[in-house]
Structure formats: C-alpha cells, structure tokens
Design a protein around this ligand. Sequence first.
Ligand code: ADP
Ligand code: MG
Ligand code: MG
Length: 252
Amino acid sequence: SPVLQINDLYASVEGKQILKGVNLTVRGGEVHAIMGPNGTGKSTLASALMGHPKYEVTGGTALLDGENLLELAVDERARQGLFLAMQYPSEVSGVSNANFMRIALNARLGEGHEMPVLKFHRELQKKMKALSMDPSFAERYLNEGFSGGEKKRNEILQMTVLKPRIAILDEIDSGLDIDALRIVAEGVNSLRGPEFGLLVITHYQRLLQYIVPDYVHVMMQGRIVRSGGRELALELEQRGYDWLKEELGIVD
Ligand code: ADP
Ligand code: MG
Ligand code: MG
C-alpha cells in the first residue's frame, strides 16, 4: 500500500518563499483534503511535489514509499505512481489525447508490459463513457479547445487510465456544474481502495460531499495550520477563515 510522506517541506517561486514547512502523510486507502484561502500555497505544494521547474524546493523531504521524490525527474515521479490533476491543465497541440495517455500508461507499466493497442482503446472508450465524454475526445489534441469543464473531466480520465498510487487533484471542481461534479466524483471514487491515496485541494465543501475525505487540512501562509475530520470542512464553509486566523494570530 502506498505512502506519501511530506516532511517540513519548503518551496519558493521566483525567489519568493511560499511553502514554509509542510508536514503531511497520505497513505493508501485515505482521502485528505486541503482547503485554505487563495494564495496560501496549495497549488505550489502540488507543483513542487510533481517537480514543476518553476517551483524550487528549498528544504525538507517528500518520500513516496520511502523513496525521495525530489530527486526524481518529472516522468519518473509519474512512473512511480504519482499523479497530479492541475488547476490549469495545459493544451498540447499535435498529440492526440488517446496517444498521450497510451504513452503515459505504457511508461508507467514499463518495458515489456505495454498494453496492446486495441485493448487500450477499448478500455479508454469504456472509461470515457463512464465520464460522459464524447468518443471524439480521444482523437482530439490534448486539451486544445476543451472547455474548462472538459479539461477537468479529461484530467480525471487520465487518472482512471493511469491508476496512480497517489493522486493530487487541484481544484478539480472549479468550472464544473453539479451534474459534471457528480460524474467526476464517481470517476475519482472508482479508484478508492487500499492501493490508492488521494489528496484533494478545494475551496468548496461541496466537492467533499461527493468525495468524502477522511482528513481535512487548512493551509495558511505556506503551512498546514489545522487538521481535522470532515466536520472541519463544514465549519469552514459556515464560518469562513477569519476566526481561524484570529485564533492562530495570523495577520495578512
Ligand atoms: P493557492 O493555490 O493556495 O491559491 P498558489 O500556490 O497558487 O496558491 O500561490 C501561492 C503564492 O505563490 C501566491 O502569492 C502566488 O502569487 C505565488 N505564485 C504561485 N505560482 C507562481 C508562479 N508561477 N509565478 C509567480 N508567483 C507564483
Ligand atoms: Mg487558488
Ligand atoms: Mg491554487
């Protein structure tokens, strides 16, 4: 069963210190949610873990199954089973959605274990159907001309194809109407099990009604300042963040 251990992680963007000592452990079978005001470093945490070149880790460690993720190249992190659904997925011209996913999947399965092409396409169509995606999306260029909601669905499609061991979903709910949200959540929940650990970043309690977390964490000023169960998300929805800032003596 996988385990992601983040210890005292510091990261900076363009010379500005954003993460200031993040501690978090996500195990297989668990769903963790990170909430928090805008600009507090949630996406920075996701990008730093994935190895985005703009985000420089300046301290601490991140281990996946005991192996130092921070020493691995981006594609090696993916091969180890780490997946990130980005807040703003990028468009890639010239590569079809299906080919992109097949290459990524085969890289993850490893040489000599590639999935036969026909089997891949059959399973892809099945998964697209489950996400109510039009079959034509397979042959379109990656994310090109996709609406915000379509990009989000596509991120979840990629995740269900790749079956990561640890996934991070950054604001997967933004731009989704309630029906799309339910469909996306079902796709996510279909992966839940002892071999899958999930970290969801969201502003809204609403998502957490569909993807029910075991733990809720609040990030402020680059660190996790409060952790609790799912009731913490409800409290934040009702009371906002100011009371917590006051309690913690945070001035911004
Ligand atoms: P959140 O996801 O919690 O809203 P972010 O991690 O996106 O916050 O941003 C944290 C801080 O880092 C913000 O002040 C933001 O402006 C800055 N930041 C994040 N990404 C970049 C970037 N690529 N270039 C410059 N500043 C960035
Ligand atoms: Mg934000
Ligand atoms: Mg963000």
